[in-house]
Design a protein around this ligand. Sequence first.
Ligand code: GAP
Length: 474
Amino acid sequence: MGKEKTANETGLMEKIVSLAKRRGFVFPGSEIYGGLANSYEYGPVGVELKKNIQDEWWRVFVHERSDMVGLDSSIILHPKTWEASGHVAGLVDAMVECKHCHTRTRADHLIEDHFEAKGEKISVEGKTEKELDEVIQQEKIKCPTCGKFDWTPVRKFNLLFETHVGIVPESQSKVYLRGETAQGIFISFKNILDSTRVRLPFGVGQLGKSFRNEITKGNFIFRTLEFEQAEIEYFFDPDETDWKKLYEQWKGDMWNFVTGNLGIKADALRWREHGDEERSFYSKRTEDMEYKFPFGFKELWGLAYRTDYDLNQHMKFSGVDLSYTDPTSGKKFVPHVIEPAVGVNRLMAMVMLDAYTEDGDRIYLKLKPRLAPYKAAVFPLLANKPALVEQARQIYTHLQKRFAVAWDDRGNIGKRYYAQDEIGTPFCITVDFDTLGEGDAENKNTVTVRDRDTGEQQRVKIDDLENFLAEKLQ
Ligand code: GAP
């Protein structure tokens, strides 16, 4: 075995992007029309990986907990939702536009990239538009697209996508695609209380698409126009529950999920607390779990103590009482909330990067079997021998009822292994002449099972295959 390399070494981001395209994980968005910046299509194996991550999240944080329920709210919510939440006024980036080639970019990213290229670090968090302008002018930062130094002044730019509903005049029909799934939870809070038997402390989990008009080039699927969020709003009574303890518990649960369920190496992860300038004004504490992407440690999963801000805002804007009455004491109050919020696409980028392994000429994705798009691939040794194909088909259709399995009868076995390794299939099952009883008599009714990570092969009885796979997926 050669020395294993992982994707956090320089240049490997390009390898992941290339593998993602050639094997059907992720394609560039709208490619036949010349592409659409910061958008992607999830291909046949990508959609499986993403779904497996979502299913794992839902299982761990909703199904396996008695203090959590789920929700699936709308993408288009009443526009007042976003006024109340502060997104109409506050979900803004400072942007500049090149007057020459009309490239738009975030001013903070432009400045940070410029200093990084000089080998220096700068924090522009909390700087005003005027201060950002001054840095760009002093440093004479050039446009990354055309190389000219001819910027518009820095101006604020709202990230919410606007659209219109119905037939009423435009200004009255304006709505937004949701910028986060969280607000759907807050505006359904009363209905959840009234329709279920939840008692504080409890959380609501939601998986779904959010949309942001991101203008900076997004580093593959790390930052995109539309993305799948997995958010939890965990409601509690601040007089009964020590928020600092609860916060630490959530940190532990998030960490365990990433290192345990997703199998990420702990030394590629860290926590970073937001300073006063970066933290949202309503949050008492915000920390990001960061992953060491090839372009640096970046936010993976945020944890914020949002207090009772959101529910209070929606009470104010809707006029509806969103308080909670304790069934034992009768105490009436507005619950506080701690929010773990993550993007599934970002989790998927991390999972692929972390799993990428080169071992000599062999490239494989060392995915946890539960996350792998296919749990096994079934091959007949030769495609032109009907008895082999028939036996392999039987195994394939049997396993398919319980697991996601792939079929391949093209090319030679080496090529089939190569393809399955690159999509992270943990086991390849081959039906050969021994299986049919035409070779070594001892091996009749057994198949070869080859392990993705070690390359080692073992004979397993056909009748034991289902249990074999089930055990590996524990
Ligand atoms: N409700 C809180 C909230 O939305 P956020 O930090 O803006 O907070 C939460 O987003 C998570 O969503 C981030 O940690 C990141 O994983 C993901 N995310 C945010 N913007 C994204 C984008 N443009 N593309 C992909 N993922 C994104």
